[in-house]
Design a protein around this ligand. Structure first.
Ligand code: SAH
Length: 257
């Protein structure tokens, strides 16, 4: 078993709040404008941090976690816009792979290919992905106990689903039907869009450490996205994501399993 903590990353404070609430004895280290919270979660040593929004903020944070805190792997937890058919607000997407939808060095390289890598998609760690999917299903099955029956009824979360597949990242909050339709046409298998995951996946690839990500769908990346998003993040996501990560860690034997 490799020594060192597991890094838990969210883009926004609201997304990490419930995780931190589950780490009562954490120790805070401030570095590069971020607070890194070192402690225990689900029987594992973890460092939890808010990265900030976007690929650069996410890549910087991931690098610090690996280089300065000796994290042995990273997990991203947060929200995303639903793109795939049937991916609805309240559903959970566990990423099997990440791609940067705004990477375009064509005609020198194929559209979306990362120059120097020879490919566009970074796979997530398979057994972590499977473990998070199982944890997300357990969370979905006990949603009313986690967020309360009133919240389930108000947001219409009676039959939320867990999806596994491609998540795409770019430095843009996708908030129009035109934009999300264009992304669906370019990348028909993309389930969700967000702004950090592909950057963290690339940093983990470079360091040869496992990465996995769970995203709760806060909006449908359309005109209503900004409204859905704000309400949803504060009242639902922070609780469900934290519950999923805690459940997964509680079932995880070793950090490198
Ligand atoms: N209104 C927020 C900004 C959120 S940006 C604020 O004032 O701070 C959106 C964040 O949620 C990003 O971290 C991104 O990863 C995720 N996200 C959720 N829905 C998204 C969408 N439709 N498009 C892109 N990112 C989305």
């Amino acid at each position: 078993m490799t020594e060192g903590p597991l890094g838990i990353v969210s883009a926004m404070p609201q997304e990490l709040a419930a995780v931190l609430a589950l780490m009562p004895e954490e120790r805070r280290v401030d570095l590069a404008g971020r607070s890194f919270w070192h402690g225990q979660l689900g029987g594992h040593e973890v460092v939890a941090v808010v990265s900030g929004i976007g690929k650069v903020a996410a890549a910087t944070t991931a690098t610090l976690l690996l280089q300065r805190f000796c994290a042995t792997g990273l997990v991203f937890t947060g929200v995303a816009g639903g793109l795939g058919d049937g991916v609805r607000v309240g559903d959970t997407v566990v990423a099997t792979a990440f791609l940067q939808h705004d990477m375009d060095a064509s005609p020198l390289f194929a559209r979306h290919e990362i120059p120097g890598y020879g490919f566009s998609r970074f796979s997530t760690h398979r057994s972590w992905q499977q473990g998070l999917s199982a944890a997300a299903r357990r969370t979905a099955a006990s949603l009313a106990a986690t967020v309360g029956a009133e919240v389930v009824a108000r947001f219409g979360l009676e039959a939320t689903q867990v999806h596994e597949g491609l998540v795409i990242s770019g430095d843009r909050f996708v908030s129009s039907e035109a934009e999300s339709t264009a992304l669906r046409q370019q990348l028909p298998d993309a389930l969700a869009v967000e702004m950090e995951g592909a950057a963290v996946a690339q940093v983990c690839h470079d360091h040869g450490v496992p990465f996995a990500a769970v995203r709760c769908v806060s909006d449908r990346a359309d005109q209503a996205a900004h409204v859905d998003f704000v309400r949803f993040v504060s009242e639902v996501t922070c609780h469900t994501s934290a519950h999923t990560v805690l459940d997964w860690l509680s079932h995880l034997d070793t950090p490198q399993a």
